[in-house]
Each structure stands twice: as C-alpha cells, then as structure tokens.
Design a protein around this ligand. Structure first.
Ligand SMILES: Cc1cc2nc3c(=O)[nH]c(=O)nc-3n(C[C@H](O)[C@H](O)[C@H](O)COP(=O)(O)OP(=O)(O)OC[C@H]3O[C@@H](n4cnc5c(N)ncnc54)[C@H](O)[C@@H]3O)c2cc1C
Length: 183
C-alpha cells in the first residue's frame, strides 16, 4: 500500500483506475519499507512545532540591487525550517504567484497559506519574513503567542500593533545571520 500525504503532488487529471480486490487475513502484519518525502508542500507544515516561519511575497521581489534572489530565498527559508524543525507558512500573495507563473518558492503550496482564507495555526512563536502584515493575513496569527516580523518597511502592517516585535531590516541579511547562529 502506498500512502501519499495531501498536497505532496499535483492532483492527477483524467485516467482510469482498475480496482483489484485483495483478501486480507487477520494475522497479516504490515512491514513499512520506508518513508519517502514528497518534493513539495506538506512535509514543511508541522502543527506541533514550537515556531512558525512565514514567507511573504517580498522574498520574490526585486531587492536593493535591482535583482530577484529566489534561489537564495529558498535556501535561507528551508535552512531555518529544517534546522529548527519549524513549521512553514506563507501569505496568499506568495501562494498566488505560482498560479501567475512568476518566480516562486517551489516548496510552497496553498496548504501553507495563513490568514482569513487560509489556516490559523497555534504555534508558540511566529516569525513573518518579507510579509506586509495586512489584516486578512494577520488575522491568521490570532492564536500565536509571540509574533515577530522582519520587514524593510517601518510602516508595514505589522507596525500597526499586529506584531510584538518588528525588525525593520532586510530579511535576507537577518535570516542569513540567524541561520549561522543557530548552527
Ligand atoms: C477577501 C480576501 C481574503 C484574503 N485572505 C488572505 C489570507 O488568507 N492570507 C493572506 O496572506 N492574504 C490574504 N489576502 C491578501 C492580503 O490582503 C495581502 O494582499 C497579502 O497578505 C499580501 O501578501 P504579502 O504581505 O506576502 O505581499 P506584499 O503585500 O507584496 O508584501 C511584501 C512585503 O515584503 C517586504 N519586503 C520586500 N523585500 C524585503 C526584504 N528584503 N526584507 C524584508 N522585507 C521585505 C515589503 O516591504 C512588503 O511589505 C486576502 C485578501 C482579500 C481581499
């Protein structure tokens, strides 16, 4: 039997299924042969993690040097999430970029979306990066005890009382340092 977690792969379209009846006896024992993680999505969503890292659309925008740095963004985000066994969330704008064909982080799916039309996770701590903190997004943070955000814009939504701490800084620089220190 092969079990695939929701969101791991794009849904199959079309095709047909041939059902093969299998007779099972009560003394059958299951022997797991292994676990193979999918290439996208669900395995970075960890409801039991202490910390949530949220990736906003700013990660895919042109930066101070006039260039986009999506590969670097992906490395920094995944480095933090995997090293700290953190859970990964996203803003709607970031998720929507995929359907618009723009450069996106390939491991993000609609399952990561947090907010009014996404999920409302319950982690102890949350860190929003390159995410503006607009109300439809921030409402998804209502169950998170300690909210922090990194944004280059001192007047972003998080600054309007939606975060406990706002670091007005470049998330690329901050997360690089954070990842170095946590190793
Ligand atoms: C009915 C409705 C429902 C919605 N539901 C949701 C929902 O469930 N979830 C949701 O997320 N949104 C939802 N939205 C959309 C929401 O209003 C925002 O448009 C969305 O959250 C913005 O996403 P963002 O902050 O990632 O992108 P942007 O608004 O593009 O913000 C990007 C941010 O990145 C910052 N940035 C850029 N580069 C850097 C850098 N190097 N370092 C630090 N910061 C940087 C910028 O200053 C900017 O603030 C909904 C909207 C509507 C109308």
């Amino acid at each position: 039997m092969l079990s695939i977690a929701p969101g791991s792969f794009a849904p199959c379209e079309g095709g047909s299924v041939e059902a093969t009846p299998v007779e099972a006896s009560a003394d059958t024992r299951t022997t797991p042969l292994g676990i193979e993680a999918g290439t996208s999505g669900a395995q970075t969503i960890r409801p039991d993690a202490d910390i949530l890292l949220v990736a906003g659309a700013g990660w895919t925008k042109k930066q101070a040097d006039g260039q986009v740095h999506v590969d670097t963004a992906a490395d920094l985000i995944l480095d933090f999430v995997e090293t700290n066994r953190a859970s990964l969330g996203s803003s709607k704008s970031m998720v929507d970029l995929a359907s618009e064909g723009q450069a996106v982080l390939p491991f993000l799916t609609h399952l990561h979306q947090i907010g009014q039309t996404g999920s409302s996770p319950r982690h102890t701590k949350g860190l929003a990066t390159c995410c503006h903190g607009e109300e439809p997004h921030a409402v998804g943070w209502r169950f998170i005890n300690e909210r922090r955000a990194i944004n280059t814009d001192a007047a972003c939504g998080w600054a309007q009382g939606k975060a406990d701490v706002l670091y007005v800084a470049d998330a690329f620089e901050v997360m690089r340092k954070v990842n170095e220190r946590l190793k």
